[in-house]
Design a protein around this ligand. Structure first.
Ligand code: HPA
Length: 264
């Protein structure tokens, strides 16, 4: 790829992170999968960091239209080995409350229409997602949050829905019975695509609302307002986590393709 700037780590920012890169130079570069969301490059603790705005500069790309493959592929081409993401979620688990921070450990993909893999052709590739989020990045995120004396849910099952509508109460009740704690619209297939290219991925989520049927009515406005409120602390947590990431990787993500190819 032509003069693509290199980075070690990436932040994929969801709702609210637009402010983080608003004064930085934007990179727009094509991939075999189409155009990714806008990216800027900065530095944190001596590491080169790519900031990717999942929903675009003015929050114009809805969750089901995000080009997840282009986003992950461009970061891969830039040399990024680790991704720390942020996501807004609704709480299904009644113990979780708006404003809480959550670092999910598992994922249920309920999306319907998305391009979900880089491996559409031979060799048939089945990547292992026994731990869908990088255990090393997760534990560093959790440690960083705890050091700031901020509350965090350090285990949670996240269900990803297709959107862009919010869920019905019956869907949320189904997800609750399936053991889901929080619901969002953007972690899948983002996390899985990163694993398919052996990149680490973990996310820090903030609860913006109780899920449908638990509270009376859901609005995009309350998601945006909570994003604005939580972003300063999340930005700080992201900075500290990235600064403390060790050089080498000792997690399974770095060799996710080992033995993943089908040899019939
Ligand atoms: N459902 C899906 N995605 C969300 C929600 C929700 O209730 N809140 C924030 N993102």
């Amino acid at each position: 790829m032509r003069s693509l700037r290199k980075a070690d780590v990436a932040i994929i920012g969801g709702s609210g992170l637009e402010a983080l890169i608003k004064d930085m130079e934007q990179i727009r570069v094509g991939t075999p999968y189409g155009l990714p969301s806008p990216i800027s490059i900065g530095e944190i603790g001596g590491k080169r960091v790519a900031f990717l705005l999942r929903h675009g500069l003015r929050h114009s790309i809805p969750p089901h239209k995000v080009n997840y493959r282009a986003n992950i592929y461009v970061l891969f081409e830039m040399g990024v080995k680790r991704i720390v993401a942020t996501n807004a979620v609704g709480a299904i688990n009644g113990d979780f409350k708006p404003g809480d921070l959550v670092v999910p450990h598992d994922l249920i993909d309920f999306t319907k229409l998305r391009q979900l893999t880089f491996y559409d052709d031979a060799p048939v590739t089945h990547v292992d997602v026994s731990q869908p989020f990088c255990p090393e990045v997760r534990s560093l995120l959790i440690r960083t949050i705890k050091e700031r004396c901020t509350q965090v849910w350090n285990r949670a099952v996240l269900v990803c829905t297709e959107g862009p509508r919010f869920e019905t109460p019956a869907e949320i009740e189904m997800f609750r019975r399936l053991g889901c704690d929080v619901v969002g619209m953007t972690v899948a297939p983002e996390a899985v695509l990163a694993r398919e290219l052996e990149m680490c991925y973990a996310t820090i989520c903030f609860v913006s609302n109780m899920a449908a049927g638990i509270q009376q009515r859901l609005t995009a406005q309350e998601v945006a307002e909570m994003a604005k409120e939580k972003m300063p602390v999340i930005e700080q947590i992201l900075r500290e986590t990235i600064a403390h990431l060790p050089e080498g990787r000792r997690c399974p993500c770095s060799h996710a393709l080992k033995d993943a190819r089908f040899r019939g």
